[in-house]
Design a protein around this ligand. Sequence first.
Ligand code: ADP
Length: 495
Amino acid sequence: MSKTERTLTPSLTKKLWLVFILIIVLMGASYIFITGYFANKYNQATTQKLNAKVANHLIEEKFQNASPFLEDGSINKELFGDLMHDMMAVNRGIEVYLLGNDGEIQYSVVLSPSENEAAEKVSLTPIQSFIADEGENYILGDDPRNPGEQRIFSAAPFDINGKKGFIYIILAGEEFQMISQNMLAQYFVKLGIGATLLTMFFAALLGILSIWFLTKNLRLMTKTVRKFQEGDLTARIENPEKSDIEVFAKSFNEMADTITGNIDKMQSVDTLRRELIANVSHDLRTPLAIMKGYIETLQIKKDTLTEAEKQEYLQITNDNVDKLSGQINQLFEYSKLEAEQVTPVKEPFSITELSHDLIAKFKVIADKKEITLELNNPEENCMVYADVSLVERALQNLIENALKYTAPKGKVTMSLNKKNKNIEICIADTGTGIPLSEQPYIFDRYKQVNKNSKKQGYGLGLAIVKKIMDLHETTITVLSKPKEGSSFIFNLPAY
Ligand code: ADP
């Protein structure tokens, strides 16, 4: 078992876990951040609304009896000193500013002095909108001690002895900010730890369950693949269409089928090859033994044999050489076809002409055997699209067989018929016929129906015909009845 396969499921589970934890952490962090952000805003809005009238109260309370300006127009520092005392007692977080009519800072009361350089002016726009809607809305104004930053505030206009301006109160001053940030940080830590732990616990529980469910199918598949790998060729993934990874499950099953199919094919090829070797050696040995016998006789009895006898023996030897070379050629031809070394060169040609030529060629043999050999439907010129030499080879084999298995006075007929887009070619004889039980096997290699028949050839003739049909993507059918005869029929595309 290879290492990659062994770790197939665990590594996937690991990745799922990693993604899961990452999601939890990200979700936790964004949850805390979002809650913190909105809690802070909510808090500020509430504080501002609650303290919206603080500036008005200050003007009403403090400036009723005493003016913020002295007679010479300078600031009444005593009044503001008094104000500072009040602030110290009530709210250390606020900062009070006396603004001129253009927003310039004329005086400020701040409890904790800052290192930052205070601004000289603040923007009047937020102050004016605050006054206009009477502090109903949440508005941020400039923080004089941290220019560029914005704070919640309360503001009110004043007009004292012709001096106009604003009282501008920063409600969440620096001290407030410091305390609030501190609190927020503590809250974040507590909330963060609590929420993360709780989420982690439930997520882990859910995670274990869902990962177990999600990978259940995968585990089953891995088990099947392993079983197959260990040699159980029948192992298949059950109900692949219900699997989470349907393509994988189906592909595996198909691959397993192909592999087992190939193994079966290889085994049967091997059996047939062994059969062939046995048949070939037997069939080659017979003519060789005959030849050897006659040659030896010619050598030993060369002085006593008459000239006529010598000629006869030489003729027999010659016939056997022909037979042997014929058999070897057939074998060679078949192995080339089987090894798929032959590619058909298709072209249009006249099957009528070819049939005429073949009939003429076999006429001599047919006449010798007193068999009538004829072509049916010769008037029409039928054109087909096929490999002419391969078709010729197939027809030769079929006519040879027909003549071989037909007794004298019999008849062999070749007919051509147009059927739709095809030309149907039929070679019929009135010969011995083939038993029904044998018919399915005659196109198999080396199958000889009657092993003891003297007429039997190599058992390759029809196998070659079948291979040629395969190359033309067509099939050949046999209709045969013992003692009545056989017909071999196939179609070729008409041109
Ligand atoms: P063989 O060389 O033995 O003829 P073939 O492959 O040509 O081999 O044929 C296979 C078998 O099919 C033959 O042995 C024979 O029994 C049977 N066969 C083929 N053609 C005919 C036919 N026209 N009539 C009767 N039997 C036939």
